[in-house]
Design a protein around this ligand. Structure first.
Ligand SMILES: *Cc1c(COP(=O)(O)O)cnc(C)c1O
Length: 376
């Protein structure tokens, strides 16, 4: 562990993530299941350790985006149900079945391919039907003029042999964004989802054990949409509760160290492109983190990082493996001092906004070469 902490590392607090899980869970209606989204290596936090923690804590389901991510969990000893949210080529149907992995079905053609293979094997594949109620991404089309055809397709897909239709879900486009228009759009998506499910029941006698639609945004903003299961990702990792209802804490703290400190005369240009020039005598630290570690280069000259006693503004272009910070007003910061790029002291939103992006992208971008250090 100590060796890992010499340059740059990502401290992951499984305790914070567990507390986040408990806080989200305790706000759910009775009987509502909890699916933890652990795709993209649990948003950079480490899919296996996070999943192990969730399994032990009593979560009901996990979701990943592809078969490789699901297999990593199965091979690591995760036994709880796993749903693949994205596409799996039908030739892997047997792998899905043998590993008890549930597959999203987003159109009839794929349903029939999975069905054919499962039937030949004499086995059954668990599926969750995905409806496109307004995200315009994966899913059976079901809005307006597509409604009737959508119903017919889903009913036929669910009647295919070799498939167990355990769940049905949809995904919101703006459940995490404020404003009347966004609220209206989200409510429309929800209404369509519910009426479609009712019609599947009344017209096709097709019923589902698990109806789910709430991502983080809906889990926090529309508790009435929890249905049989919620499906948060971001909240679990400590972000997205903008009103602070649940007291969530960040799961990750990205930390680097000061490798060198130099004093520059006024008028000295710093880093590639000479995009920063000192205007006084400046005490400049070189940090052991760059864009190859996941620090967005576009945030060059726009952010500051937490050090003991304050914040150090980042100066000049961020390089591949290093970047510079002004420590003139922070004499207590020395070579070897720790610098928090984001974490509890320094909100990730500062960095994501400086980079013109969202915390999701910052978390997923923390690269492979940054060791994850688990605190508990
Ligand atoms: C990624 C994803 C989620 C989780 O989204 P958050 O905004 O992180 O809560 C839920 N459902 C689907 C289908 C997803 O792709």
């Amino acid at each position: 562990m100590d060796d890992l902490q010499k340059r740059t590392w990502a401290e992951v607090s499984l305790k914070n993530i567990r507390n986040n899980y408990k806080a989200i869970r305790s706000a759910l209606p009775r009987g509502c299941r909890f699916l933890g989204v652990v795709k993209a290596d649990a948003y950079g936090h480490g899919a296996l350790p996070v999943s192990m923690m969730l399994q032990e804590a009593g979560a009901d389901y996990l979701a990943v985006s592809c078969l490789d991510e699901a297999m990593e969990l199965r091979q690591g000893g995760i036994t709880m149900p796993i749903l693949i949210l994205g596409h799996t080529p039908p030739r892997y149907t047997q792998t899905l079945i043998e590993n008890n992995i549930s597959q999203t079905i987003s159109c009839f053609a794929k349903a029939s391919e999975y069905s054919e293979i499962a039937s030949k094997l004499g086995k059954e594949l668990k599926i969750h039907i995905k409806l496109d109620t307004g995200m315009s991404r994966l899913g059976f089309l079901c809005c307006k003029e597509h409604y009737e055809e959508g119903l017919k397709n889903v009913i036929e897909a669910c009647r295919l042999p070799g498939l167990i239709h355990e769940g049905i879900y949809t995904h919101f486009a703006v459940s995490d964004e404020e404003g009347e228009e966004n609220e209206e759009y989200t409510r429309e998506q929800f209404k369509l989802f519910i009426s479609f499910i009712e019609d599947l029941g009344s017209k096709g006698d097709i019923h589902f054990e698990i109806r789910h639609c709430a991502n983080s945004g809906a889990t926090i903003n529309y508790p009435e949409m929890a249905l049989d299961m919620v499906r948060p990702g971001l909240l679990l990792y400590g972000y997205g509760d903008t009103k602070g209802k649940l007291g969530l804490k960040p799961g990750m703290r990205l930390v680097t160290t000061v490798s060198t400190i130099k004093i520059y005369e006024p008028g000295t240009s710093v880093s590639y492109g000479r995009r920063y020039v000192t205007d006084k005598k400046e005490r400049m630290g070189v940090l052991a983190i760059g864009y190859a570690d996941g620090l967005p280069r576009i945030s060059s000259n726009k952010c500051s990082y937490a050090v003991s006693g304050g914040f150090a503004p980042q100066r000049g272009s961020i390089c591949m493996d290093m970047c510079m910070v002004d420590l003139s007003h922070l004499p207590q910061v020395d070579v070897g001092s720790e610098v928090e790029i984001f974490g509890e002291e320094n909100s990730i939103y500062k960095l994501s906004e400086a980079a013109g992006t969202i915390p999701y992208e910052i978390l997923c971008a923390v690269s492979k070469r940054v060791p994850r250090v688990y605190k508990d």
